[in-house]
Structures are given as structure tokens and as C-alpha cells.
Ligand binder design. Structure first.
Ligand SMILES: Cc1cc2nc3c(=O)[nH]c(=O)nc-3n(C[C@H](O)[C@H](O)[C@H](O)COP(=O)(O)OP(=O)(O)OC[C@H]3O[C@@H](n4cnc5c(N)ncnc54)[C@H](O)[C@@H]3O)c2cc1C
Length: 459
């Protein structure tokens, strides 16, 4: 194991992908085995340090930040076992989704659904309920068959639907607050091809038909720029044909030049001259044409992101999506917010992880973004006020202003999660300021029967 505990070495600052969440841990450990991981956790207990695990740092929230021990699992990032006949694949928690997808493809397997980037670690993605889109498909944590955790006392615990099922339901979306996910068994599917069609469509029609489009396609999502009346739809369906991967030059032109580099220029123009944004948004929308791809699922799901931004995303009962999108668009016009990023709308099937954003309900997700260097807080607070009225649950890896007191009534199994947390981490080892805010202190958390309170936090 390598641990830096010399005060000079400790000066290494940790930053998230955007660069706006930073911390200087007292120590960083990068264990190379479960034994080393358990020893690092035990040592932290003996020196009274709190612990946070860092994945790839692709959360927008301050969920990783710590002044205690930061654990990084980049040396626990391998595939352990692949059973092609059952599709069960065991991996170490630090493996990135990119590497995982490549290894799965080599065995003729794939994940049934993924988010729109693939640089996260599997444990980081699971822990925040990271999701893609697909009204009949759950988030990534619902593709987990078994977890092995290293607990606060250094012991290990294996959980699955058969073994410790309550802990399994808690740990699938554990927010890094129950223990360290050392190993994960994933339920994978035979590799498949997706036909991806991007096409503009009238916004009102897309909203009216949202349920039908979400349920009638394997993966449906759309983007809409504020002030525009056209939705940019993205429809990915399974195809029987073999993939026809684009050449590298064409892939680069589409993913990097058109959507990333050109978009960066557009965002910069908007940041310099915010009053031009409504016109720029309509122009970009008008330029978007129809395109079609036929590729392996992982290549369709994820694309590179070069433009840095911050983000808030809310899960709502899916039927509320049209109303919520209209309310956000109308609020942006009324308040005059300068927003050079589109609103993104996706669907995810209900699942049973205790703190999953889709726990117990088929969900629609609405994400709002702000370009780096532009004011995001007033805009995000105004969006959050709309989501509060619609029973919204914030993405655990993205910005929001909720507190444990405002969140507890939004999760039917909130109290059960807290009881399991108090049992697995009784001394509050896996805490930081963020867990104190969104979960409350271990053992002293607000209960779901408490009267709801409104939001107040920093975000
Ligand atoms: C450009 C971009 C695009 C994104 N796209 C999507 C998307 O399409 N869909 C979506 O839902 N989200 C999306 N996200 C959010 C992202 O998927 C989540 O925030 C995810 O949790 C990040 O994973 P990570 O490996 O970077 O983990 P981190 O952000 O480093 O950590 C996330 C949480 O997991 C905990 N954690 C990490 N590893 C472990 C472990 N081994 N054991 C226990 N706890 C652990 C951390 O303590 C922390 O609480 C996107 C983010 C960015 C920056």
C-alpha cells in the first residue's frame, strides 16, 4: 500500500473533474489488496481519522471531500472473474466503466445500460445511483448482483439479494457512507448493437408524447435549449445488424469537434455576452441535423466531454416530466437567466435500493447545467424550487441544496437506510461535511416522519 502521511506530501490537493470541489486530505492511501484496504481503514480508526473514498472525481457535489483519509482504489481496478454463461462478472471497485466495457466486449458481454460518460469507477457510479436512459431499465446500481464491503472496523461483509438483503439494498446506493466497496459482481448481458438516431423534433409534441417515446424505445432522451422550441431527440434501439463503427476521423469530427469544441466556443461567446444567449441557443438548435449511427452499445452510450460545466439533476415521477420542463423553460424566460446549456431529459425504471433516486417509482430525470465561470447558484435554486413542488429527488453526485431534513420524507426507506448506516458505521467513520448535510449525523439523523423542511444549504 502507498500512504502519504508526511505533512509536506499531504499538501497534494484533490479536485473533482470540474475543479470546483477541492480538499487537502490528511492522508491518501492507494491499497493494492483487500487486506491492505482493510488495514488502511483500521489505521484510520486508530488515528481517529474520518474516511472518504474517491472514485474518478466525476461528481459535481462535495461528496468525496475530506480532511481525513482519502482512499483511492486505482490499484484495485481489475476484472476478477467472467462467467459468460450466466453473465455474472466480478470486478474490483476501482475499475473504470471504460475499462470494464472493453473487457466485457472481449468476452462478448456488455452492461445493459450506461450513463453518457464512461470514466467513472464502477463503485463511484453505483454509490450515487448513476443512470443512463431507458424507461424499462434501471440505473447502474440495479445491475449489481453482489457487493463486498470493507466496513469501518476493517471487517468485510458480502451482501446480495440472498445474503444480507437489507444491507444489499442500502449499499447499492450507499453514498460512500456505509463502507468501502471493494468488489462488485455485475449482471451483464450478451453484447449488443444499438442504432442511435439523433433528430430534431417540435418541443411541444415531444413533451406531449414523452411517456410514449420513453416506453416505446429502448433508450430515449432529449435536450432542449432554453428559448428554443425544438427538442433535440436521441433514440437508441437494439439492432440485429453487426456494428459499423465510424472511422476515427469521423468519430472525432462528430464527438469532439461538433459537440465539444464548437460547443465550447459557443459557451464562451455566451459567457462574454449573456444577452446573446437566447439567439445563440436558437441558432445552435437550428444547426442540429439528423444523424444515425450503428455501433456497439458502449460506444453509443458514452462520449467524451471536453467542455467543463457544473450540473444539477432531479428525479421525478415520470408523469411530471412535461410539466417540469415547461416550468423550467418558463422560469428561465421570466427570471432572465443566461443559460447556454440545454436541459437534458431522461427516464429510468423503478428499483428497490433504499436511497436510489428511482426507489419505488418509474422516474424521469431533468438535468440543468451551467458553463464554468458563469453564475449557477441562482439558476439552480430556482430549478430546485420547481422540483420541490413535484416530489423531486436530487442526484447524489450532482449539485443541490437539500439537507437531511428536507430529504428524509422523499425516500420511503430513509429510516431503514439510517439504521443500517448506524449499525455498519456506529462511530461515524465514513463521514464528511456533505454526509452531515444530506444524511445528518450517524444515529442523530432526521426521521421520515418529521415534518418536511425547505432547503437552505450551500449546494
Ligand atoms: C461529464 C459528466 C457526465 C456525467 N454523466 C452522468 C450520467 O450520464 N448519468 C449520471 O447518473 N451521472 C452522470 N454523472 C455523474 C457521475 O456519474 C457520478 O457523480 C458518479 O458518482 C461519479 O463516479 P466517480 O467514479 O467519479 O466517483 P466519485 O465522484 O469520485 O465519488 C462518488 C461517490 O462514490 C463514493 N465512492 C467512490 N468509490 C467508492 C467505493 N469504492 N466504495 C464506496 N464509496 C465509493 C464516493 O465517496 C462519493 O460519495 C456525470 C458526471 C460528469 C462530470
Amino acid at each position: 500500500m502507498s500512504e502519504t502521511s508526511d505533512p509536506h506530501e499531504n499538501a497534494a490537493e484533490w479536485r473533482n473533474w470540474v475543479g470546483d470541489q477541492r480538499c487537502t486530505p490528511a492522508a491518501v492511501a492507494t491499497p493494492a489488496s483487500i487486506d491492505e484496504l482493510a488495514a488502511a481503514v483500521r489505521d484510520a480508526g486508530e488515528t481517529h481519522r474520518t474516511i472518504r473514498v474517491a472514485g474518478s472525481g466525476h461528481s459535481f457535489s462535495e461528496n468525496v471531500c475530506t480532511d481525513g483519509l482519502m482512499l483511492r482504489l486505482e490499484r484495485l481496478a481489475d476484472v476478477i472473474d467472467v462467467d459468460r454463461s450466466t453473465g455474472l462478472v466480478r470486478v474490483q471497485g476501482g475499475i473504470t466503466i471504460h475499462r470494464l466495457s472493453r473487457e466485457l466486449a472481449a468476452h462478448g458481454l456488455a452492461m445493459e445500460n450506461l450513463g453518457d460518460i464512461d470514466v467513472q469507477t464502477i463503485a463511484g457510479a453505483i454509490s450515487t445511483a448513476t443512470h443512463g436512459t431507458g424507461a424499462r431499465l434501471g440505473n447502474i446500481s440495479s445491475q449489481v448482483a453482489e457487493l463486498e464491503l470493507v466496513l469501518a472496523d476493517g471487517s468485510t461483509l458480502v451482501c446480495s439479494p440472498e445474503q444480507d438483503p437489507e444491507v444489499f439494498r442500502a449499499a447499492r446506493v450507499g453514498l460512500g457512507s456505509l463502507g468501502v466497496i471493494a468488489e462488485v459482481t455485475l449482471r451483464c448481458v450478451p453484447a449488443f448493437t444499438l442504432r442511435g438516431v439523433d433528430a430534431p423534433a417540435p418541443l411541444q409534441d415531444t413533451l406531449e408524447r414523452f411517456e410514449e417515446l420513453a416506453l416505446g424505445n429502448d433508450h430515449f432522451e432529449f435536450f432542449v435549449f432554453p428559448h428554443a422550441e425544438t427538442a433535440l431527440t436521441r433514440t437508441n434501439n437494439r439492432a440485429e445488424e453487426a456494428p459499423r463503427p465510424r472511422g476515427r476521423a469521423s468519430a472525432y469530427a462528430n464527438d469532439v469537434l461538433l459537440t465539444n469544441h464548437a460547443f465550447e466556443l459557443f459557451c464562451r461567446a455566451g459567457r462574454r455576452a449573456p444577452r446573446l444567449i437566447p439567439r445563440l441557443n436558437r441558432l445552435v438548435t437550428a444547426l442540429a441535423g439528423r444523424s444515425e449511427r450503428l455501433e456497439g452499445s458502449a460506444a453509443i452510450f458514452a462520449s467524451p466531454r471536453l467542455v467543463r460545466f457544473t450540473e444539477m439533476e432531479y428525479a421525478l415521477p415520470r408523469r411530471h416530466v412535461p410539466q417540469a420542463v415547461r416550468a423550467v423553460m418558463e422560469m428561465i424566460e421570466r427570471r432572465g437567466f443566461a443559460v447556454p446549456f440545454p436541459i437534458e431529459v431522461r427516464s429510468v425504471a423503478a428499483d428497490d435500493a433504499l436511497l436510489s433516486t428511482a426507489a419505488g417509482r418509474d422516474s424521469g430525470f431533468i438535468a440543468v447545467h451551467m458553463y464554468r465561470g458563469m453564475a449557477w447558484e441562482p439558476y439552480f435554486r430556482a430549478v430546485e424550487a420547481i422540483m420541490d413542488e413535484l416530489d423531486g429527488r436530487p442526484h447524489w453526485g450532482k449539485r443541490h441544496f437539500q439537507t437531511a431534513a428536507s430529504l428524509c420524507s422523499r425516500y420511503p426507506d430513509w429510516d431503514r437506510f439510517q439504521e443500517i448506516r448506524a449499525r455498519l458505521d456506529p462511530r461515524g467513520r465514513f463521514v464528511n461535511e456533505w454526509t452531515e448535510r444530506v444524511l445528518g449525523p450517524v444515529g442523530g439523523f432526521p426521521h421520515s416522519s418529521d415534518p418536511p423542511t425547505r432547503t437552505a444549504a450551500r449546494g
